[in-house]
Design a protein around this ligand. Structure first.
Ligand SMILES: CC(C)(COP(=O)(O)OP(=O)(O)OC[C@H]1O[C@@H](n2cnc3c(N)ncnc32)[C@H](O)[C@@H]1OP(=O)(O)O)[C@@H](O)C(=O)NCCC(=O)NCCS
Length: 164
C-alpha cells in the first residue's frame, strides 16, 4: 500500500488545494480560491490533506452544522459554521487522478469520521452524485434520497452516517 501522510491543512496549501479542486470538479461545481481561503481560516481543524512524497495529492473538508442535511448556502459562507453543532459535513473529497483507486480517499474519509467521533458529533453528512452512492455506503452512510441541493446545477443525494 502506498505511504501517505494525512495532516491538518496549512495556509500555504491554498494554491495547491485550489488547483486540485479544479482538476477534480467541473468549473460549475469547483470551489474557488477565496472560498478555500475562508474555510482554512474558519475551520482548519475540519480540513485534512493527504501527502505522498511531500506532494499534496488530496484533501477533505467540511463545516459543522445543526442541520440534518447539506444546503447550498453552507458552501458559500463560513458564517454557517456552528462550532458546537451536531453534524460534521463533507463539502468535498478530492484525490488527483494519478493517485486514485489506492484507498487514499478512504483514508481521508476514515480520518474525518474519527474526527467527528472525537469531537462528539452525532453524524457526518454529505451530498454526492448517484455514481458515488455505493462508495459512501461502504463507510456506513445511508442514502436519504435526492437532495434539495442543486449545487453547480447537478442532482445530488443526501447521505448520512449516524455515529454510535
Ligand atoms: C471520488 C474520489 C475522491 C475517490 O478517490 P480514491 O482515492 O480513488 O478513492 P478510493 O481509492 O478510496 O476508492 C475508489 C475505488 O477504489 C477502490 N479501492 C480502494 N482501495 C483500493 C486498492 N488498494 N486497490 C484497488 N482498488 C482500491 C475502492 O473500493 C473504490 O472502488 P469502487 O468505486 O468500486 O467502490 C476521486 O475519484 C475524486 O477525487 N473524484 C473527483 C471528485 C469527486 O467526485 N469527489 C467526490 C464527491 S464529493
Amino acid at each position: 500500500m502506498i505511504e501517505i501522510t494525512i495532516r491538518g491543512v496549512r495556509p500555504e496549501d491554498l494554491d495547491r488545494i485550489t488547483e486540485i479542486e479544479s482538476v477534480c470538479f467541473p468549473a460549475t461545481e469547483a470551489a474557488q480560491r477565496e472560498s478555500f481561503r475562508e474555510r482554512i481560516a474558519a475551520f482548519p481543524e475540519y480540513f485534512l490533506v493527504a501527502e505522498a512524497d511531500g506532494i499534496l495529492i488530496g484533501f477533505i473538508n467540511g463545516c459543522v452544522t445543526n442541520s440534518a442535511v447539506i444546503y447550498d448556502e453552507l458552501f458559500h459562507s463560513t458564517s454557517h459554521h456552528i462550532p458546537d453543532g451536531k453534524n460534521l459535513t463533507v463539502f468535498g473529497l478530492d484525490v488527483i487522478p494519478e493517485y486514485r483507486n489506492l484507498g487514499i480517499a478512504a483514508q481521508l474519509m476514515n480520518h474525518f469520521i474519527q474526527l467527528a467521533k472525537d469531537t462528539g458529533r452525532r453524524s457526518v453528512i454529505l451530498t454526492c452524485k448517484e455514481r458515488l452512492v455505493h462508495y459512501y455506503e461502504s463507510f456506513g452512510y445511508v442514502n436519504n434520497g435526492i437532495s434539495g441541493s442543486t449545487h453547480g446545477g447537478s442532482q445530488w443525494f443526501d447521505m448520512t452516517l449516524v455515529l454510535g
